[in-house]
Ligand binder design. Structure first.
Ligand code: DON
Length: 306
């Protein structure tokens, strides 16, 4: 780890920690409202094999929508470019759970990271894998080198109990013919996928393949091609933060993905991946302190994709 990254992260961490208005916890998934709001951790994994963490970076949290990047990766790995017949690659400019554009675009979600798009990805995986929930978990276990990783029933059940908008989205898409399986099965898998828990160290490591041309850092295993990795990074840059994607690109200048659990993962291709966790969210549903810390990292390192 270049010593300057370490001190830049430490300074950014301290600055973000000291900010007065730090946002609000997500409460629409009851389990997420029980998280300690003062938690704050960050961890960077560099492609050169060095890493660095500070704060609560070894504390597990619900990665939520961050998992949508991993399900997209598995869908691309499984059926390749054909997925783009079912989902578009355009920013939505709407909230993550919006139903608005589905009517205009006849059930084709704008991108794979809004809930509607991630639900269609789940449907695709159910069609093409023997047992999508089991196979997706094995895929993430391999990617993360965490052989005992499991879904959190507590989080999945909590989300299922209040997931009315996702139920509506899935049924609405089905009415256009863009969900092929039973909506209940698709939603169960979607809620499971969003219930994965990792800490910042595990998350930054898991995502390092996208900073490494699609190859796993530990053993060089090719997860996806360099070109597929480029496409996923492009989607993270343009759609990773919903209606705040432009602002994240503007302030941080890296591909990234957020989750309502307060996690954000971002990466600088051929250089590093970084995971931040602070559960309080800004009005757009992205981690307040996480966004600030990442902005500090790219501003002071003067290293970003732009
Ligand atoms: O479907 C939901 O509402 C959650 N499982 C995921 C939402 C999420 O993380 C949006 N990200 N910022």
């Amino acid at each position: 780890m270049a010593s300057n990254y370490k001190s830049i992260i430490e300074n950014g961490y301290n600055l973000a920690k000291s900010l007065k208005d730090q946002g609000k916890l997500a409460t629409y998934i009851p389990e997420l409202a029980n998280v300690d709001p003062s938690m704050f951790g960050v961890h960077m994994t560099k492609i050169d094999g060095t890493d660095f963490g500070i704060g609560n970076y070894k504390e597990k949290f619900s990665i939520q929508s961050i998992a949508k990047v991993l399900s997209l990766t598995l869908a691309i790995k499984t059926i390749g470019e054909k997925i783009w017949n079912r989902i578009d690659v355009e920013p939505s400019g709407t909230k993550f759970d919006s139903l608005l554009l589905l009517e205009s675009y006849k059930g084709i979600p704008r991108n794979p990271f809004i809930n509607s798009g991630a639900i269609v990805i789940c449907d695709i995986l159910i069609t093409h894998l023997d047992n999508a929930p089991k196979d997706f978990l094995s895929f993430v276990r391999n990617l993360s080198d965490l052989p005992t990783l499991t879904y959190s029933d507590k989080i999945a059940d909590s989300e299922k109990a209040t997931g009315y908008r996702n139920v509506a989205l899935c049924n609405f898409i089905k009415s256009f013919g863009n969900i092929k399986n039973d909506p209940a099965e698709v939603l169960d898998f979607y809620f499971d996928m969003c219930s994965l828990e990792m800490n910042c160290q595990q998350l930054s490591y898991t995502f390092s393949f996208l900073a490494n041309g699609g190859r796993k850092l530990s053993n060089g295993e090719k997860i996806i091609t360099n070109s597929q990795s480029k496409r996923i990074n492009a989607l993270m840059l343009t759609c990773g933060f919903y209606d705040e994607s432009g602002e994240f690109a503007f302030k941080v200048g890296l591909p990234g993905k957020s989750g309502v659990g307060g996690g954000i993962v971002a990466l600088y291709p051929h250089n590093y991946s970084i995971a931040v966790w602070s559960p309080k969210l800004n009005p757009n549903g992205n981690s307040f302190r996480g966004m600030k810390l990442l902005e500090e990292v790219t501003t002071h390192s003067e290293m970003s994709i732009f």
